[in-house]
Design a protein around this ligand. Structure first.
Ligand SMILES: [Ca+2]
Length: 400
């Protein structure tokens, strides 16, 4: 999530399609605690839900504890779903640790879930499968862990930030570029490296000696220059995935470096530009070399780090709930550093933002708030995780 060595840039490049500045008043919205009595002991990074009549929700924390959230939102009772702290005890750097967890779409039958985390010595990103233990309580069985894929990681940031199952049942995994500034190892554009990519895997089958399957309709399966796992190319640090069920779109935040934070709708086989492009502009460090030929997909939205709009995007989801009708169809996302939450209304093609409304801006005199991710609850209403260990929701305080 973090960005190293921010520096002053003397010019500001404007986005190709600047959204209209919505006449919003953040005072209309508030972020009360969703669970009034719960403060997690560690930074929450992910919410995941089981399916079926016994559906429950879990919250994953960065240093390795995953809890079952109580159905009663006044309750302080946190049951441990997974204690992975021992495995993560070396993962002490700011961005290291557990990054995402997701339940298999057929979890009610197979009891499987997937998690991604960093490991040291050698430094790497891990994707693994685990099952729940038998019994009435929702509890993981760490002994069942099956590692699907390990990807070497060069430096100490921009790890493996995102997991989501698509509507067709494939697992999508977003991996950062390997860390530091300007993608020094040129991973994100390299067709045979998995860093800086979105991967798409079939976790229900095996292809060759792999611990997973390669979906036959992945975009590069017949191009030997590419790893066949790759779904999309050119990311710096994709943080928080979500599929919007009505459209089938995969949305993600991509954390920026000096100029821009990005929101992207991730399409099959597309190239999102890093580290040739930084948002809608040429990456400053590559300005003296010609930009390679190719079609780079512009972000659906950027915001400027230079205008103090934010410093670290956190992805969210397209709101499809019932309690906040004015946000229907809007993508909710935030900024970790500035404590902001926005609602982006996309155009019909989901190529540009028709409007971006600032819903919430942290009051520096009030409670500390650094959003780390925004997920829907099982009814589609927002759960906004904060580095403080609190889980917020979003309510409109002025009805117009
Ligand atoms: Ca980009």
């Amino acid at each position: 999530m973090r960005n190293h060595f921010p520096k002053i840039i003397l010019w500001i490049l404007s986005a190709l399609h600047p959204p209209t500045a919505a006449a919003a008043d953040p005072a209309d919205w508030s972020l009360p605690h969703a669970w009034t009595a719960i403060t997690l002991p560690d930074c929450p990074v992910c919410i995941a839900h089981t399916s079926g009549p016994q559906a429950r929700s879990v919250v994953a924390c960065q240093r390795g504890l995953v809890y079952v959230l109580p159905e009663d939102r006044q309750s302080a009772e946190l049951a441990v779903f997974l204690d992975f702290r021992d495995r993560l005890k070396e993962e002490i750097h700011f961005e290291a640790g557990l990054h995402a967890l997701v339940f298999h779409p057929d979890f009610a039958r197979n009891g499987r879930f997937y998690l991604t985390y960093s490991q040291s010595d050698p430094r790497r990103c891990v994707l693994s499968e685990m099952c729940v233990a038998a019994g009435p309580d929702l509890k993981a069985s760490p002994a069942t862990e099956r590692i699907l894929l390990e990807v070497p990681h060069m430096l100490g940031d921009h790890f493996c930030g995102s997991l989501a199952f698509g509507p067709e049942g494939c697992l999508y995994w977003g991996i950062g570029d390997g860390g530091f500034r300007d993608d020094p190892h040129h991973t994100a554009q390299h067709p045979f490296l998995l860093q800086g990519k979105v991967l798409r895997l079939d976790v229900d089958h095996r292809t060759g000696a792999r611990a997973y399957g390669i979906p036959g309709d992945n975009p590069f399966v017949s191009d030997q220059a590419y790893r066949p796992e790759i779904w999309a190319v050119g990311f710096r640090n994709p943080w928080v995935f979500s599929f919007d069920q009505p459209t089938g779109d995969l949305w993600a935040g991509d954390v920026g470096q000096d100029l821009y934070e990005e929101i992207n709708v991730i399409r099959r086989g597309a190239n999102y530009g890093w580290a040739e492009r930084d948002g809608p502009s040429r990456l400053q460090a590559r300005e003296k070399t010609p930009q390679p030929r190719g079609d780079f997909v512009e972000p659906i939205h950027t915001y400027s780090r230079m205008k103090s709009e934010g410093i670290c995007v956190v992805g969210g989801y397209v709101y499809r709930g019932a309690a906040l009708p004015s946000l229907q169809g809007c993508y909710l996302f935030g900024d970790w550093g500035y404590g902001k939450v926005w609602a982006l209304r996309p155009d019909a093609e989901r190529r540009h933002a028709d409007s971006v409304e600032l819903l919430f801006l942290r009051d520096e005199a009030a409670e500390r708030f650094n959003p780390t991710a925004i997920f829907p609850d099982r009814a589609g209403e927002p759960l906004i995780l904060s580095h403080t260990g609190r889980i917020h929701t979003l309510v409109k305080v002025v009805v117009k």
